[in-house]
Structures are given as C-alpha cells and as structure tokens.
Design a protein around this ligand. Sequence first.
Ligand SMILES: Cc1cc2nc3c(=O)[nH]c(=O)nc-3n(C[C@H](O)[C@H](O)[C@H](O)COP(=O)(O)O)c2cc1C
Length: 168
Amino acid sequence: MESFEQLCRERRSIRKFTDRSVEKEKIDYILRCALMSPAGKRLNPWEFYVMQDAEKIHSLAACKTYGSGMMATASAAIVVALDTQVSDTWMCDGSIAAEHIMLAATEQGLGSCWCHVYEREDSERLVKEQAGIPDNLTVLCVIALGYKDEERKPYDPEKLLYNKVHEA
Ligand SMILES: Cc1cc2nc3c(=O)[nH]c(=O)nc-3n(C[C@H](O)[C@H](O)[C@H](O)COP(=O)(O)O)c2cc1C
C-alpha cells in the first residue's frame, strides 16, 4: 500500500467472501494492530474474541433480521467486546480498535465489514453464545473477515463530502 490515504480509499465494507480461510499470520498481524489502538487513559477495556470456526461464524448471519448477512460467508471474525465498568470511553476505545482491525485487514488484502451488535439484545445473546463471551462484557460489534468475493470501488478523492469540512 503506497500511502495511508490509499489504504483509506480501499477499505470498503465487504459482505461476500470466498471460502478461502484467512492465514494465522494475517489474523495475528490484525490483532497486533488492534492491540496498538489508543484507549482513554490506557485502560484497555476491550477483549477480542477471534472466531475461525466457519459453522459458528456463519450462524451469526441470523443474529439480526437485517445487516448481518455478511457472516454467512465470512471465514474469520473478530468480536469486539468491552468491559464497560473499566472505562467511560469504552465505546470510543472499541470503535477505534474495530477500525484498526478493518484497516489492517485491508492492508493484508482482506475484506472486512462491521456487523453492529451493541443494543441489539438478541444479537448479543447469539454472539456471546457462539464466541463464549462472559456475561460481564458488552459486545460492540463483530468484524467479518475473509477474502473478497465482490468488488467495491475505492473511494474517489474527487467525490468526498468536503461540505462537512468547516473553516473555524
Ligand atoms: C458503527 C457502524 C455500524 C455498522 N453496522 C453495520 C451492520 O450492522 N451491517 C452492515 O452490513 N454494515 C454495517 N456497517 C458498515 C456501513 O454500512 C458502511 O461502513 C457504510 O455503508 C459505508 O460503506 P464503506 O464501509 O464501504 O465505506 C457499519 C458501520 C459502522 C461504522
């Protein structure tokens, strides 16, 4: 990847994956990047649950009526769970870690997609069951990972929402 901007351009949500499994080295690389994400007061309220059992991952496609279809073909997934008692910035910390995971995956030639779970009670129950997550943790999201089976165009810098940027 020639630049960070290029990485940002190429990270798109991928919701269809081939059945090729993700190499352990790539998962380890992604996890190292997640563990280097910043966290308020360095309290690290996150816990990452790595799923590589296809049957369990695919079962998560049913965790919501809409928006969890990518799980049906993902060959790996990382659940971002948090101890909300550890830090009042837990949601920010978890979100940043999730983005590190997605950017690292893009850099490794993988597709990824955020499947939102927080405040979707039935979804959280199923995810916790399948990933063996204890009750005291809150699941923010599951990041689906795998080799892409769909093409998404990179972002075009010409078409960015510059109206969201204000002189102050
Ligand atoms: C907080 C958050 C929650 C999201 N939840 C879902 C989801 O549950 N299901 C899904 O398919 N995509 C989900 N996405 C992905 C967005 O739909 C996607 O990022 C957006 O459409 C822009 O597309 P891009 O990721 O290709 O740039 C979520 C993204 C974020 C940041």
